[in-house]
Design a protein around this ligand. Structure first.
Ligand code: GPK
Length: 836
């Protein structure tokens, strides 16, 4: 605090502190100033991109003030903070969100209009910040929004990838991946070149006795890579709180860009060192629900955990408190097992560097961490080979073995009769090579473990983590059902619906307390309200139809039933079930008489989502969808009755257009496989209905909105094992409707049948692991019910409005309050008006 302005001069300073815009003119003045000076453009040279940049810079100036004040307040308040560690933050665009959260979008709209721009066009210039794969990354982004909006003193920590998730192009019906270089102009990040941490890799462990006879353990040698902080402001809605997201970029440590080499003519190899260091934060791994065990990924994880821990510990040490206070000042939440090394790193800091006794340190560690599990799929559970860990992080491997030793001793004492249990719960899997089970470290090193929906939290307790429930008791395991931020997913994505709701509820208070939506139920019979609601849905469908026309060149009828499935392409999410259902419908239409066709409600089946680049089955599904689209969309016989669309490059900003435009959305995973799902919540909150299985949060959505307002189908989680068994022993018959679909595919109706043989054979010959055949009939019948229900537009509308009114539970604000109370034990910090 030596650098603070002396008391007598502070009044003068404050006189010049920028203030929020009080008029469109004040905004335009700042935007134009930035366009002309910061960007060196003129009024003869200002396109929409420049208008976006100027607008973003003008708003960022305002955000920074709140941001600085918030950070000061949080430092002076000296209370517990939350650190959310996530390898993914799928933020999407920032400008619209910033304008809405500070309540100045209308000011900007007018100001932009005055200088010749439409705000909607300007907003669209922004590149998505796509530092995530899917639900897990977007959940982290929603949580940041809620933590800021609820005034929790909280930081996110992540990696500053130079390349986010790849851009998907569809070429001849196939997915092609294109790098996503997004940093050309990013006004939302602030490089902190003064905040750096040296991160060590490789090397060896040295153990010796000091003068007093105490054993000292030191990790020596190896190589150093430097972490540089890049800070991103996270504005809360309708509050001056602006939290921080700190992303680490990697570069060669200063000594590493070796001037010796440089001077002795090895310029090129010194640049190569530089580039090798920068590789660590170069690219997001594009796998969703899959662990591939690549060395660079482990490097990313340690680099990010070590930098974040160093930063957190440095901040704690400034308070001059005793180590015993650490876990009452710091809560760290692990978003999946990706940051599990943070547990080991904190133990290392406390024992090797700060000289604490093992038990005291371990106590602090356990009280500090919480772990969120996001999947039960075995192929997603992280394991790292012991030799790799030994090579890259030799001291950490020792600590892991030590943690395991004490843990297994504890288990042995408490379960002396269950010898098998030791092997099952051990952190080390005795395979060839041995593997480190990251989830086991995460459980042993945390005080709470949570799943993300009720069914999922029950499943982890009864399946993958069953033994740990015996060991620690059931209270260590809990549930926090996922949620979404209503700011982005209602107010921003569907402004007209947000206004209509506000007009009935007397303001936008529901955006901060979503349970307030329940009052909408009393308007469900209000004629004018219903009419406006329908018009808004229609307008949103027109908006999506335009996107489809521009992207795919296909004209779709906005009056048709829009049936949407957008999410990562994965066998367990069963896009294949959906497209087989579409083919079934197509075959049925072809056989209908003209009279029957007249009675059928026109449909548009819309798909979107990326496949991991190495996931061939998922890519085959994309190919099939596109091939079916080609045939169906050009079949004159079918016309408007059926259109099949694959929307390229599904991302957050497209989701904001897609979610408000559904009549039905599909959440049809094999029961027991989808931990929660969050797009199910987005679609219902925007007045669409769901077809879904009894899986993840679908179950709780049903409980909240009522089973008359959702189309559930298919087998239950508890029956899955038995059905799989039956497939393996041939005790089942392929569904006859599905068989017809396969015959059409085999007959070449959608092009070369060989292209799809793996997909079909997986079901016919190889056990149908995801039970597509078992659920096919009930899936198709349920779609028939949907056709019938859609004909009664009045009843349909009642279902939609009632559902929205009952969605209050699914706000991510509710999640964050639950984490804060059950897991973090932190309180909000009410913002002070004037900082320090
Ligand atoms: C779960 F394990 C993973 C993963 O690697 N990536 C991912 O996005 C998702 N998830 C689940 O699949 C969803 O069911 C869940 O809603 C989401 O995480 C957030 O919890």
């Amino acid at each position: 605090v030596e650098a603070s302005i002396p008391e007598p001069q502070r009044e003068a300073w404050k006189k010049f502190t920028p203030k929020p815009f009080t008029s469109p003119d004040e905004f335009s003045k700042e935007a134009v100033r930035h366009i002309e000076t910061t960007l060196a453009r003129s009024l003869f040279n200002c396109d929409e991109t420049a208008a976006y940049s100027g607008t973003a810079l003008a708003f960022r100036d305002r955000l920074v003030l709140d941001w600085n004040k918030t950070q000061q307040n949080q430092t002076f308040a000296d209370q517990k903070r939350v650190y959310y560690l996530s390898l993914e933050f799928l933020m999407g665009r920032a400008l619209d969100n910033a304008m809405l959260n500070v309540g100045q979008k209308e000011t900007a709209r007018q100001g932009l209009a005055d200088i010749g721009f439409r705000i909607e066009d300007v907003i669209q210039q922004e590149h998505d910040a796509a530092l995530g794969n899917g639900g897990l990354g977007r959940l982290a982004a929603c949580f940041l929004d809620s933590m800021a909006s609820l005034n929790y003193p909280a930081w996110g920590y992540g990696l500053r990838y130079r390349y986010g998730i790849f851009k998907q192009e569809i070429v001849d019906g196939y997915q092609v991946e294109v790098p996503d270089y997004w940093l050309d102009f990013n006004p939302w990040e602030f490089p902190r070149h003064d905040i750096t941490v040296d991160i060590q890799f490789y090397g060896h462990v040295n153990r010796f006795q000091d003068d007093t006879g105490k054993t000292i353990t030191q990790w020596e040698g190896g190589e150093i890579v430097q972490a540089v902080a890049y800070d991103v402001p996270v504005p809360g809605y309708d509050t001056p709180t602006c939290n921080n997201l700190r992303l680490w970029g990697s570069k060669a440590a200063s000594g590493e860009f070796d001037f010796q080499k440089f001077n002795s003519g090895e310029y090129e190899s010194s640049v190569a060192d530089q580039q090798r260091a920068e590789t660590i934060s170069a690219v997001l791994y594009p796998n969703d629900n899959l662990d591939r065990g690549k060395e660079l990924r482990l490097k990313q994880q340690y680099f990010w955990c070590a930098a974040s821990l160093y930063d957190i510990v440095r901040r704690f040490k400034k308070t001059k408190r005793a180590w015993a206070d650490f876990s009452s000042q710091v809560a760290i939440q692990l978003n999946d097992t990706h940051p599990t090394l943070a547990i080991v790193e904190l133990q290392r800091i406390l024992v090797d560097q700060e000289g604490l006794e093992w038990d005291e340190a371990w106590n602090i560690v356990q009280n500090t961490f919480g772990y969120t599990n996001h999947t039960v799929l075995p192929e997603a559970l992280e394991k790292w080979s012991v030799p790799l860990m030994q090579h890259l992080l030799p001291r950490h491997l020792q600590i892991i073995y030590e943690i395991n030793l004490f843990f297994l001793q504890y288990v042995e004492r408490n379960f002396p009769k269950d010898r098998e249990m030791l092997g099952r719960v051990s952190i080390i899997e005795e395979s060839q090579p041995k593997m480190v089970r990251m989830a086991h470290i995460a459980i042993v090193g945390s005080h709470k473990v949570n799943g993300v929906a009720e069914l999922h939290s029950d499943l982890i307790k009864t399946t993958i983590f069953k033994d740990f429930v015996k060991i620690y008791g059931p209270d260590k395991f809990t549930n926090v059902t996922n949620g979404i931020t209503p700011r982005r997913w209602l107010h921003q994505a569907n402004p007209k619906l947000s206004e209509l709701i506000a007009s009935k509820l007397g303001g936008h208070g529901f955006l901060k307390d979503l349970t307030g939506l329940h009052k909408l139920e009393s308007f469900v019979d209000d004629k004018d309200f219903r009419k406006e609601w329908s018009e808004i849905k229609y307008a949103n469908k027109v908006r999506l139809a335009k996107l489809i026309k521009d992207a795919n060149g296909v004209t779709v009828n906005p009056a048709a039933l829009f049936d949407i499935q957008v999410k990562r392409i994965h066998e367990y999410k069963r896009q294949q079930l959906n497209i087989f259902g579409v083919i079934h419908r197509y075959l049925a239409i072809k056989e209908m008489s003209p009279e029957e066709r007249k009675k059928l409600a026109p449909r548009v089946s819309i798909f979107g989502g990326k496949a991991a680049p190495g996931y061939w089955m998922a890519k085959t599904v994309i190919h099939l969808i596109n091939q079916v689209g080609k045939v169906v969309n050009n079949d004159k016989d079918v016309g408007d009755l059926l259109k099949v669309i694959f929307l390229e490059d599904y991302n957050v900003s497209k989701a904001e257009i897609i979610c408000p435009a559904s009549d039905i959305s599909e959440h049809i995973s094999t029961a027991g496989t989808e931990a929660s799902g969050t797009s199910n919540m987005k679609f219902v909150l925007n007045g669409g209905l769901i077809i879904g299985t009894c899986d993840g949060a679908n179950i709780e959505i049903t409980r909240e909105i009522g089973e008359n307002n959702i189309f559930l189908f298919g087998n239950l989680a508890e029956d899955v094992d038995e059905l799989r068994h039956a497939h393996l022993y041939g005790e089942y018959t392929l569904d006859s409707g599905l068989n017809k679909v396969f015959e059409a595919i085999r007959g070449g109706m959608f092009g070369d049948a060989n292209a799809f043989s793996a997909l079909v054979n997986g079901i016919v010959d190889h056990g149908d692991y995801y039970l597509v055949s078992d659920d096919f009939a009930s899936y198709c019948q349920t779609h028939d019910l949907i056709d019938e229900a859609y004909k009664n537009q009045e009843e349909w509308l009642t279902k939609c409005i009632t559902s929205v009114a009952r969605m209050g539970f699914f706000s991510s604000d509710r999640c964050i309050d639950e984490y804060a109370e059950m897991i973090w034990n932190v309180e909000p910090l009410v913002p002070k008006e004037n900082g320090a």
